[in-house]
Design a protein around this ligand. Sequence first.
Ligand code: ADP
Ligand code: MG
Length: 581
Amino acid sequence: MNQIIGIDLGTTNSAVAYMTDDGPQLIPNALGSNLTPSVVGIDEDGRVLVGSAARELRVLHPDRCASVFKRYMGTDWTAKIAGKEFTPEELSSLVLRSLKADAEAFFKGEITRAVITVPAYFNDQQRKATMAAGKIAGLYVERILNEPTAAAIAYGFHRQDEEKSLLIFDLGGGTFDVSLVDLFDGTLEVKASSGESILGGEDFTRTLAGRVLERHGLSFEKAEMSSPLMVSRLLRLCEGAKVRLSREESTIIRMPNKNGDLEEDGKQITVTRREMEEWIGHILNRIELPVRRVLNDAKVTKDEIDEVILVGGATRMPVVADRVTKLLGKPPHCRLNPDEVVAMGAAVQAGLFAKHQSVDEMVVTDVAPFTLGIEISKQLGSERRSGYFMPIISRNTTIPISRSDIVTTLAPNQTTIMLKVYQGESRKVEDNLLLGKLEVKGIPPAAAGQEVEVRFTYDLNGVLEVEATVIATKKKMSTVITRHAKGGMTPQEIQQAQKDMERLKAHPREDSANRFLLRRAERVYQELSSDDRQFLSRLMDGFEEALSMQDAIAIESNREALESFLDRMDPNIDDLNQENE
Ligand code: ADP
Ligand code: MG
């Protein structure tokens, strides 16, 4: 099948969409939801769970689950779940595989091509890791697209004849991006992007949990080590509390015991929105610098921005919108659903590739989010000092871009030069990030000052290639810069990971909804009073019995009874947001 899908592979939630004649459309998962939590678990019988069911499992069995792994893309971090080691690429590939399966069920055919979004502020290593995850999941990645750019595309899609300057403010679960985008004549031009790769709603939830523990005389780090079940339950409760505080002035957080159970006479505390805002104030301060950078780099004043657009679940917090209003002098809006808009933009980009008729006029340009360059040494008086950064591509240059500069040998008869490639904004390389190395060999022995041309090519995916040419011989050497610590994933490693992941089986898709319901019931059970527990237990027995008898009518009626009881006792976080809209 030739269909290309657009995927938002988020820290907290992922989504998949496709292009139709009427614009982008989300594809629901097996539970009928447009959002799939980016959580991976392995259940008792060794099968993989992805999404809501894994998110439930995480509360009772954190050792069987991994989440927030997007934060570790492009690093050597691994997660051990149910005794098996997983890389961030592998975990991401399992989420992608689940989205791919949803799209395949929707289209009733195989899907092999996708546009996948990443934070604009993702570096080279993180982008390559995302591409590897796509490959492991059996997807050819047509394009790595920046998330705020995708959001801008979704907004720009219906308004191709307007001339506007948009500021996209994207605060999700794990990352923060801000981009300034100009819209004119069917063109969408990203002028500048900035952000922080570790800043988002997850940090707010953890801060809240930390404060709750503190009130009970505990520290987060110690509690995580000594009572992981208490912490996993508390994090879940704090996420719910955080979401409620976006609508209510105060809320109650119950304190689980060491085993993660909520006892009837257990402790609880009241947290007000004001307190929550105070506690996360220092984290929120960090949004200011990237916003200023973007305005500076794009050379616009805040008055020249026509619209400020909010993207990402964490922007639902009133304090975030207030901060944005203060910073930019105008109230932001989020006319499109902030959780879904990135996947929708990815679908439009997929439509551009497929030459879909509704988007054939749209041109999109993006920028490099970081300055890229190499280490050089400098002659300062009589002393030669190394460790200086020579930029080759400046941040916020429009991509694709190819730029070169000349370096020279320092000693007579020097035949090699080690090029060290860095990204960052500091004058000294020690404060920048080492991306990789390229050894230039075969320089003919001669006096010092032999020239080597170093060319950086930054492609549309935001992936860097470095090429060096010895001027005297015209000999070229090149490398796609890979993760320096482990050398990135080689094609062989990707193939191996593909095989390993294929061996992990999922449950049949048609069982997903029932399995999720039982998982949720198990989690809620421990949060209830004993009377309610008994009642829930009976509902669960009835449902499990109907399932084992495979009696469709009984399954349906028992499911309804169980579901409505759970909805009453445990308002779903995601539903809370939907009620709001
Ligand atoms: P990502 O793109 O990183 O996957 P999302 O855009 O889906 O993230 O946002 C998820 C984050 O938004 C989570 O931390 C979640 O708790 C938070 N969030 C969602 N809804 C609300 C709300 N109503 N109030 C506060 N935070 C919210
Ligand atoms: Mg997101």
